[in-house]
Write a protein that binds this ligand. Structure first.
Ligand code: 23J
Ligand code: MN
Length: 263
């Protein structure tokens, strides 16, 4: 009996993974006590750092097993933002981690390289004009795709330069208000960044404040923050796999993100 087209396609993917002609790139930062957490303006409650305590470690508490209890804010390290995270997304259907359909966790990805601009200006904002130029080179951003903003910010491995806090708050690149409106018009799955959150460091001053939360979650779309290795991705042609925890009513969680790319 001959195999269906879809069975053949899966066999081909597996063969290509085995022979290295499809590569898997890990876009996830390690998660631990050193992981930086976002600093919101001081009038707001803050997210704690990751911490853990040992339950047992091959000792009297459990002679043959090692395990820990972890404490972690939902929005820590490389993490996923669900629509319910923002008040604008609270009435969207399937807006929590346990209700988002599995198929939405796998999709195409467009990588926008703003590394030069972000190196020159730590408050660089991605604009619709920048995206239109990208589209002239790489084609229209397809509906359902993830748009990832490459800034090389993940190469700032010390916390102080990663958060880049000054007297007037954080300074880091991100999307402009109009950029987010443009992406919603393209009907993307979501927006991802290399910075601590999806919004620019100074986005508390934008109108609306935190537009990549306010507008994107209001449209039922997702966020990915603190990604790395975006410099290993092609502008188009990769498949992104995002697997947050299935927390009941969860607004977000640390996530493992993989990209499958042609070698
Ligand atoms: C709460 C308030 C503002 C922001 C955030 C969280 C995040 O960036 C986040 O991780 O979702 S900007
Ligand atoms: Mn978040």
């Amino acid at each position: 009996m001959s195999m269906s087209n879809s069975s053949q396609a899966l066999v081909q993917v597996l063969n290509n993974l085995t022979d290295g002609s499809i590569k898997v790139v890990d876009l996830t930062q390690p998660l631990g006590e050193e992981t930086p957490v976002i600093a919101l303006p001081p009038e707001f409650a803050q997210s704690p750092r990751f911490s853990r305590e040992v339950i047992s470690r091959y000792d009297e508490r459990g002679p043959a097993w090692y395990w820990n209890t972890i404490h972690v804010g939902e929005h820590t390290g490389t993490h996923f933002d669900a629509p319910v995270h923002w008040v604008t997304g609270k009435d969207q259907p399937a807006n929590t981690l346990d209700t988002i359909p599995a198929k939405k966790h796998i999709g195409p990805v467009c990588v926008i390289d703003t590394s030069k601009e972000s190196a020159a200006d730590e408050d660089f904002l991605l604009t619709p004009e920048f995206l239109e130029t990208w589209e002239q080179q790489h084609g229209r951003i397809p509906a359902g795709s993830w748009v990832l903003m490459r800034t090389d910010w993940s190469k700032r491995t010390d916390e102080a330069s990663f958060l880049n806090l000054k007297e007037d708050g954080a300074h880091s690149p991100g999307p402009s208000v109009e950029c987010i409106r443009f992406l919603i018009e393209r009907d993307v799955a979501g927006f991802g960044s290399e910075t601590v959150g999806t919004d620019a460091g100074q986005a508390h001053l934008f109108d609306p404040m935190f537009p990549c939360h306010n507008l994107i979650h209001g449209a039922g779309k997702f966020g990915l923050a603190s990604l790395c290795n975006l410099d290993q991705l092609p502008p188009t042609g990769a498949i992104l796999i995002t697997a947050p925890m299935k927390i009941v009513n969860g607004s977000g969680s640390p996530v493992r993100v993989f990209a499958m790319i042609p070698a």
